[in-house]
Design a protein around this ligand. Structure first.
Ligand SMILES: [Zn+2]
Length: 123
């Protein structure tokens, strides 16, 4: 089968590099050929995942705060009720004794910790 299209150098390239420009790539420390804008592209994908996409743009600390808020909702934190212990961590890490989460350090009751959202902080 033949077409009228002329064979070009691009036809010999791997599909992922067929339209690539040399100036858009660099070698990573391990020798792999990678796009120079891969970090920015990754951050923009994360921005879309957390629903922070705004026309006026965003700053990295805002994105981190949005991810931390998602993390807090998914894995709420708790604090040990024993003041001498003071353990603070994920409720999911507490060893459950019945329905009451217990401190993995001292075994005392763990109370859910107030979040920034509860305090009217980061939205
Ligand atoms: Zn404790």
């Amino acid at each position: 089968m033949s077409t009228t299209r002329t064979v070009t150098e691009e036809d010999f390239r791997m599909p992922e590099y067929q339209r690539a420009k040399v100036e858009d790539y660099e070698f990573r420390a391990d020798g792999k050929l990678v796009r120079k804008d891969r970090w920015e592209t990754g951050i923009r994908r994360i921005e879309a995942i957390v629903g922070r996409h705004r026309r006026e743009g965003f700053e990295i600390p805002e994105l981190i705060a949005a991810i931390e808020a998602m993390e807090e909702r998914a894995y709420p934190k708790g604090q040990c009720s024993n003041d001498e212990c003071g353990w603070l961590g994920r409720l999911a890490d507490c060893t459950a004794s019945g329905a009451i989460p217990c401190c993995p350090e001292c075994g005392e009751k763990v109370e859910p910790r107030a979040t920034n959202a509860d305090e009217g902080g980061a939205a």
